[in-house]
Write a protein of this length. Sequence first.
Lengths: 1082, 381
Amino acid sequence: MKLLSLEVRHFRCVRKAKIEFGVGLNVLHGPNDLGKSSLAYAIRAALLLQASSKEHGEFVNWDGSGDPQVELVFESEPQRIWRVRKTFGSNAQAFLDESRNGTDFHVEARGRDVDGRLSEILRWGLAPPGGKGRPKGMPMTFLSTALLAEQDRVSAIFDQALANDSDESGKKRLVEALQAMAEDPLFKDVLGRVQDRVDEAFTPKGKKRLGQKSPWIQIRDLIRRAEEYERQCNQESQKTAALEIELRDLRAHQLECKEAVERAQGLLNQIEESHQRGTLRQEITVRLEQGKARLTAITKILEELATAERHHSDCIQHVAHVVGREQSVKTALTHANKQAQAANEEVVRLQSEDRARERLLKQSSLEKRQAELRTEQVQTKASLDQIRSVEAALETVRTLEAEVQQLTSTVEDIGNRHEAAIETVRRAEEQEHALRAVGHLLRCRVARESVKQATNGLAQINAWHNEADQQRAAAGALENAQPNIALPSQIQLDDMRQLDQELQIARARLNVGVSVTLLPKRALRVSVRRDGTYPTQHTADGSPLEASASHQIQLNVEDVAEITISGGAKDARDKFESLQTRWIAEAEPVLKRADVASVDALAQIARDVAQRSQAIQEARRAAAQLEQRVADQPDWAALLAGRRQEAAAAEETLEQVDRVKAEMLASEFGITDVAQAEHRLDLHNADRADLIAAEKRLDSELGTANARILDKQKVLAAVGEELVRARSSLQGEWQVLLRENLDRQTAVESDLKTIEAELEALSAEEGKPLTEALQALETAQQKVLSIEAEYRKVAEDLRVAENRQAASEGELKMRRELAAKLDEKDARDAVGQVESELNLVLEPDYEITDEMLTEAREQVQAARDELKSIEDHIQAKRGALQHVGGEVAKQRAEAAAEALGLAREREHELEIDYAAWELLRNTLREAEQEEGAHLGRALGDPIAKRFGELTSDRYGEIALGPNLETRGIAAAGSDRSVSSLSVGTRDQLSTIFRLSLAEQLQSTVILDDQLTQSDPQRMMWLRNLIRQVALNIQIVVFTCRPEDYLVPNETGVGGECGDGKPSVRKIDLIQIIDSDRAVPSG
Amino acid sequence: MEEKDLALKILHTADWHLGRHFPSFSEEDATKLTRARIEAVDRLFSLAESYAVDAVLCAGDLFDDPTPSENWWVGLLRLLDRRNWKNRPVFLLPGNHDPLEPNSVWAGDHAFRRGLPSWVHVVDRDDYEFEISDEAVLYATPCRSQAGADDLASKLPRREPNDQRIRIGLIHGQTFDIAGHQTNFPIALDAAQQRGLTYLAVGDTHAFREIPPKASPTVYPGAPESCSFGEKDTGFVALVFFPRHGRPPIIQRHSVARWRWCDERCKSLKELEALAEEDLKDCVVRLTLTMKVSLSDLDRVETILNELKGNEAAHGKAGVLQIDRRDLELDTRNVANFSQSLPEVLKSVVARLQAQGDEPDGTVARRALYHLFQTVRGPGK
């Protein structure tokens, strides 16, 4: 810190004063009561006292002319110039302005913030206002006491300690300032080396370094590259893993679908098998029934034959029996006739008288008539029997004819149905042809579509090829456009940009403005170069030559000298040159190579190159993807050729088909694809098989019915023949004959009753012998009649029996012929075989309907469709997997992850390492601060040395504590309290203490008339010390005895003076202070 | 067996992985390991020459990437140019790492293909067939992508009934298949028998492996140099002798590797010292330190590690060294011995760091203690 100027108004006795301070020793002298201490107080008030403080009452202007005002300008470090402006009192105001050149100020803080900011700038152990630590009124800390001690508190420094400060800033500043000289050599060496290691990684503010050589940047660059590589690999690997998961799921799904297909197919097979078994069993059952029917028919025919045989045999026996009866009846008749003739002869013998004769005649007539009637009755009865047999035969014929007619009708019906079935089968065949035509048509369409697809595929491949070529061409063009220069990395660019900014800042810090005025004492030729621009030539011939520039002026005085005047502090210039050197060495070659003027232009080129590189990579990747896409496509050319052949074959087949009809049929059936057509055809074939089976059944039924008709017709023929024979034995129509015979029978029976009555009357008239003879005759005649009737009956029976035998024989012959054509064993064997066949075909568990079968087929098709879809997906995913790298990508991702892990581990290790260095550095400092002894020693040793010199080694070591509290001083072999020293000695020790401290802090120290009690010898020694110290720091002395501080040739010299050693400014305050008091003379 | 009884001699190799990156290693070590791969190829070529084999079969993954940088394919061209094998054909098969793709190194218009000698043949067709002699024929199918689910062996033709020749198959893939697992280019275990091959030369697995039956073996020669830690039976090529009269081939494996990859774990300073005495110059060592040591022992550990790793001035004893020191701990119990001779302020520092180091999260403090130890001791002491 260094004071530059002080301006005071209305402050205590000073109405107005303005002082410009020099860099070294400033001796401000004036008589007592002039206001020297007021000025010293004003400096303290400007730096330490808040404008609104009540303590301002102490320095209100004595005549009350205005509020006290102080304006102090000081420099805290090169180019950090501060101006404090405070107005105390009721209109308290405070401003803190900052400037780099001491001319242009800007407001840094106002009001209470001014004091807070000053605390930060000064770091004198004074807490900022607003907190608990800052004392009220004029605060005093160890350093403010040391540097700005009041006149009446010269020795206050011995009572002050750092521990009493309101914050740590003072101690920290002292530690920083004193540590270099305080530390143990080993400690110092260790701390230095540890700090070097910390500095490798951290900035002074504790942030991680970001420069090119920073270990963080190197490891982060490594990690960034590893992360980027790992990210890329991981993306590929994740894609691979995702695809593999999808593939695994798809495969699981595929297995499920396969199982579903197998299940559906198994079910379909069962259903089809059951259906086939059912159908087969149905067919076999039909055949079995047909066989059984045939067997039944044969059995029936054979039974009928057997019955006919038995009947015929019965007929023969009956005829033989009837013939036997006829013979016996004939014999009995002959015997009866003989008996009747004998009876008659007896009667005739007994009736020899007339009456008797008449009666006998009448009786004979009656009996004759009776016999005639009875013969007629027998004949009528025989005729009636004959007629009735004709009637019965006619009835049989009618029945048979009805049966034949019914059978014929049935046959016709079956025939019609059979023909209809044949027609249906024929139509089904036609429909099958039509469906086949539709199938051909659709196949042809599919083939055409396939050709079209292949053509499109081929065109797509060509398009992709072309696109890939275009992408490669674009990539090539971009590659050609890339500049053929090595460009810096982003980190290098950032470093260059940072360097550029630092250089601009450094340059700006140098632009403080410099000016020079050359007053030549003789004519000179001067060349002036401003800020490195082209020099201008001047001829100075007495008049002043003035030149100004922003940061540098170079004067070349011909044949005399070259003078360079540079603006800014040395360290700023050094820094600028260092940065400039770095810029020339590091950045300019890069910019030159890139043929650009700025880092931004270079960055733009780098961005362009990166963008182009990315575009090239993308174009190449796109081209590779297109090529891969082409490679993944099937061989469309070969497929096209094959499909064209298939299409040609399909077209050729289609030529044999009526396309229009096929189109109409497809539309009619709603068939849109081959599978539907084939499905439809399968259904149709199943229907057609059913129709054919039905047609065969009808054919079989028709054959059976025809056979039955034939049988009936044969029976009818036999019965017809019998009827013809019976009719031929009748004279006339049997109905007329029947009626006539019935009438005749009735008449004959009536006549017979009458005759019998007459005969009974005649018999009653005869005598007993005659009667008895007559009765015997009658009995004989009756017997004859009876036997004759019986004979007729037997004859009739014989005729009927013979007729029946003939009919039976005819029927038997017909049946034998029919039976000869039949093979019952064969039919039975056939039935047995069919039954065995039926037994072999198990009955299905349940009935299978066509709907069930269709549904099962649809389920199989649906499962197959899904399976195909899954397989298509799997194929697609496999293709995708080929693109993303598969196992290779996973291996790379693993390697990249391992590398990233190792890099992060290295970073972690590095962080631990540098954290350890930082911890070590901090621990060293903490220990150092807490140890603290070195502060006292650091300051105590030089103080003691100087004090020893001053007092001719009367005093030894001064004991300063860790907080620089003064514990005592060695004297006469023991430690003594400072208070035991004389006032003058204590003032001298205090001055040495304060000067030593200020020297360490490189800070201004104000000495306010402090050595008034010193003898001339010691005063001279102290003057030399002050002047020596003033070579390094600014010392402001307020004194009424300037000769105590100035060497003789300086006495009386006003203003700036110097002898080549310290810069000394002597300021006569009488000329400066506009005092409210009368200035004492002398 | 006499020469006249032999119908054919071949050298079978695979998985060179030229141009492979080793991102886990430092740039210098990675370069060393990458370069080692092409040196191994040179050695196996010399082996082929010394045995005067009739053909050299290279079964895929010869490059680590389908588009390797120019260094690697130019390097391989140089090796091939140094040989004058007009009667010893060399067959290069694209594998899944370097599949036959349009822009790959195997593409017909690639400078590598154009630069190959006439006796070097690239398998660039699915139905590749080459009559090595009257008695022997080679069938091969290349990988066309990095991943695939097809069995490339199924593309090799079956043996015709009257074909008595030695039939050799050359493909790249994996001879195992786990249900539900996506095997890359799976090869049926009985592929050689199915196809009627006398010998099925395959690549992919880095370990030497021979799959029976003897009469029709499937052989992986493995990588001529290991690619990572944990790989076993690597560093070989297969020399195959085919006797006449249909007798089974005789297979010999020959080591061509220079580098040995070892995983070492040292649990004490003594073990580490013993390891340091071994000849590790051709070793890639992954060293895991699991020990708790005193300050002085830690210093010794660091010294040994520096000797093993080497520095700019001197080569390390180990060819390549990777150190895992996560379980290397400082035992802080005896640090007082070290601090006895220190000034008070440093003693105070040691005490503070020791106290922090004894805490569960005292890693940084322990490291700081070691830094202090090293710094106090000074460089080179």
